[in-house]
Design a protein around this ligand. Structure first.
Ligand code: ZN
Ligand code: ZN
Length: 356
């Protein structure tokens, strides 16, 4: 049984191009008890590999979180397979706003402790006592209410390129940090205010809303299906779109445009820009915002140091990389001393209100 990718990303890219077939970028998640995540993982891999599904999927005892690219012609078969699994029957599938055939180039189904790295000890609170799910229409009403505190549950590099008007956007690197900061900052409003939260596709709010209820917030709401489904709903129902800019996504597209507003700036020259790139120096790979002219000037690197390394022959670069870990990939998304127009997080938690 072949339970792993046999093709490299490059080979896959060529195949997708040659096939010329339309692919759909989709995502879904479901919290459900999975007895043996390893067996479940292998089952999913085999079924999806046969359907030419690509993507990044996390499986844990607590459920499944999947971001995928599915050939359009196999979508019905894919859906039928999901429906054949009791807890995935009629699961809400978020369909990306902007399609790209190369959003994913491998099928990676990984067994994890959790399907979202939230750093929470689930045994300490009732994870099923969630906030009230609201659709786009009610969400639009709620966020105009002066008694509402609207909170973006995503990290700094995500909200930087797009968020809802008047949202509190914590300047945090991790989901865990934002949970604490928001709780501290908003603790005096636990009783009287409505806490309304949103994230990319809704999954982070599932835990966060339960956590805040446990912490004493009385009125907790969450945007069902997150920004992705909100954008679909406002389009389908002709509602006012209260989002600004781009929705950051975790695939090759990096972001999908929801509105024409450009709310971020190039981290190197300060010009309005909301295009995320990874530093071309493999040993760095820093995620940051770079405009076209800076990309040209800097050879798509984040700093002169990286530019120098990137200019070396590939063999030299490999030698330099030996034994080094690419820490930027995990810990320093969008933050570096070299980036003039990206500020470091403040020591105080107060700045989370500055965007209001
Ligand atoms: Zn620039
Ligand atoms: Zn760099």
């Amino acid at each position: 049984m072949q339970l792993y990718n046999t093709l490299s990303a490059k080979e896959r890219e060529v195949l997708i191009e040659q096939a010329g077939k339309e692919r759909l970028t989709i995502s879904f998640y479901r919290y459900a008890h999975i007895g043996n995540p390893h067996i479940f993982r292998n089952h999913m891999f085999l079924a999806w590999d046969a359907l030419e599904v690509l993507g990044r999927i996390y499986v844990a005892h607590e459920g499944i979180n999947a971001q995928l690219s599915v050939p359009a012609e196999n979508f019905q078969a894919f859906k039928a397979h999901l429906d054949s699994i009791s807890f995935l029957q009629n699961v809400r599938i978020n369909i990306a706003i902007e399609q790209d055939n190369k959003s994913f180039l491998k099928l990676k189904v990984k067994v994890r402790k959790k399907i979202v790295a939230d750093g929470l000890n689930d045994a300490t609170f009732d994870v099923t006592d969630k906030g009230i799910h609201v659709g786009a229409e009610l969400f639009n009403e709620l966020i105009e209410d002066p008694d509402t505190l609207l909170v973006d549950m995503r990290n700094h590099y995500e909200s930087e390129i797009g968020h809802f008007k008047n949202a509190i956007t914590p300047d945090v690197d991790t989901f865990r940090d934002s949970l604490d900061i928001i709780e501290q900052e908003l603790s005096e409003f636990k009783e009287e205010k409505k806490l309304v939260m949103y994230c990319t596709g809704g999954i982070r709010c599932e835990k966060a809303s339960a956590y805040y209820k446990h912490k004493g917030f009385k009125n907790v709401y969450q945007l069902e299906g997150g920004i992705i489904d909100y954008a679909r709903q406002v389009e389908a129902k002709g509602l006012e779109n209260k989002f600004l800019g781009k929705n950051f996504v975790f695939d090759h597209r990096r972001g999908e445009r929801i509105t024409e507003d450009v709310i971020a700036q190039c981290h190197q020259c300060g010009k309005p820009c909301d295009t995320h790139v990874n530093c071309a120096n493999e040993a760095c790979h820093l995620l940051f915002i770079q405009c076209d002219s800076c990309a040209e000037k800097m050879d798509q690197c984040c700093s002169s140091e990286c530019k120098e390394i990137y200019a070396l022959p590939e063999e030299e670069q490999k030698k330099l990389r030996k034994g080094m870990t690419v820490s930027n990939k995990i810990f320093k998304k969008g933050r570096s001393e070299a980036l003039l127009y990206k500020k470091s997080p403040e020591a105080t938690v107060k700045p989370i209100f500055t965007s209001r």
